[in-house]
Design a protein around this ligand. Structure first.
Ligand code: ADP
Ligand code: MG
Length: 333
């Protein structure tokens, strides 16, 4: 059998459970945005690692060295935000083709440093090797949080509202612009930036972690059609999503109109938005939205509701159920 037949998640499932008996009480292993490691009675560390491979995750001639430096750290920071934790330390391993210019690496490291300084999150180690051909980057970020503030994918409750930060689909539209070599429109820069230089919702994640009405929390890296399934699987719930309430930027809508792309498709199944997806106790949502707006000047969007049932998603458009053929990006399929 080839990996393509079971996919990325089939592969992970084949071995993940075999470690359960080795994991101490209070720690949590594979299955969430980060692992949880007990630090003391009150606090835990959370740890994530992400790998970026040239030609799979980025095209070296389409992303600048400094954008790549930022993106490499941001994708792991996003997983730490998804636990409600504060990023504390990072580790960088990099596999470099022989003909790489040192100027390129300097720019990469300068951008990595600037983002680390912004967050007071120092680079503490890593590994550097030669690579036969492609550039590969692995970043580990360690975060810290009070145990009571750590949010997992497993705590969604029936009747919770399903919410997200920001707008969805922008990054996928940016990727479309790159892959299809489209002409530049007034909105290209906005969408390209979202794709090439994503921002992790670090402060928002910490803030949501402190709120007891926020139940399950994760980040959106593969698109909600794929990512929401992880919350449903871990919480053993189902969901109804109202496609019309999925937040989309005017830049996405205008660009999709211009190129005749489906903005719904991009917002639902496009990857790499790095927004936060979370569930909230229904009676607390109005207050939470108000406080979030005061704190961050942005909206929390309500896109659906958690229901009882066997981990299925009902997609509604204008009140009618629709069948979504598209699934989240899965690297091996
Ligand atoms: P995310 O998109 O949040 O980074 P992934 O979808 O990549 O998470 O991974 C899902 C879960 O599987 C995570 O808990 C991750 O740590 C774990 N995982 C992925 N690949 C491996 C691997 N090769 N070995 C052990 N755990 C893995
Ligand atoms: Mg994640």
């Amino acid at each position: 059998m080839k990996i393509g037949e079971i996919g990325e998640f089939g592969f992970i499932k084949s071995f993940a459970h075999k470690y359960n008996h080795l994991i101490e009480e209070g720690n949590k292993g594979i299955g969430d945005d980060c692992a949880i490691l007990k630090l003391n009675e009150l606090e835990s560390y959370v740890v994530t690692t992400d790998l970026l491979v040239e030609e799979i995750h980025f095209l070296k001639n389409k992303i600048s060295a400094s954008q790549l430096g930022i993106k490499s750290l941001a994708v792991s920071l996003s997983d730490v935000a998804a636990m409600g934790a504060t990023p504390k330390f990072s580790f960088l391993s990099i596999s470099i083709p022989k003909d790489t210019d040192t100027e390129y690496l300097d720019q990469f490291m300068q951008a990595y440093l600037a983002l680390s300084e912004d967050l007071n999150c120092p680079l503490m180690g890593g590994d550097t090797t030669k690579s036969p051909d492609k550039l590969m980057i692995n970043v580990v970020v360690i975060g810290q949080a009070k145990k009571e503030n750590i949010k997992t994918r497993a705590s969604a409750q029936s009747g919770d509202l399903i919410c997200c930060t920001g707008t969805l689909g922008d990054s996928a539209a940016g990727l479309n612009l790159i892959l299809e070599n489209r002409e530049i429109t007034v909105y290209s820069n906005y969408l390209l930036n979202k794709h090439l230089q994503p921002k992790a919702r670090t402060q928002e994640g910490i803030w949501l972690g402190e709120k007891s009405c926020v139940h399950a929390l994760m980040d959106i890296s593969d698109g909600i059609s794929s990512d929401l399934k992880h919350i449903l699987e871990q919480s053993k719930k189902s969901a109804i999503i109202d496609i019309k309430s999925i937040p989309k930027s005017k830049e996405l809508i205008e660009t999709c109109n211009h190129f005749q792309w489906s903005s719904d498709d991009l917002a639902i199944s496009g990857g790499e938005d790095y927004e936060l997806l979370f569930t909230v106790k229904k009676s607390e949502i109005t207050l939470l939205q108000k406080q979030y707006k005061e704190e961050f000047g942005e909206d929390i969007s309500v896109i659906g509701e958690i229901t009882e049932g066997e981990q299925s998603i009902k997609w509604l458009k204008k009140g009618e159920e629709v069948n979504l053929e598209k699934i989240g990006f899965n690297h091996f399929q």
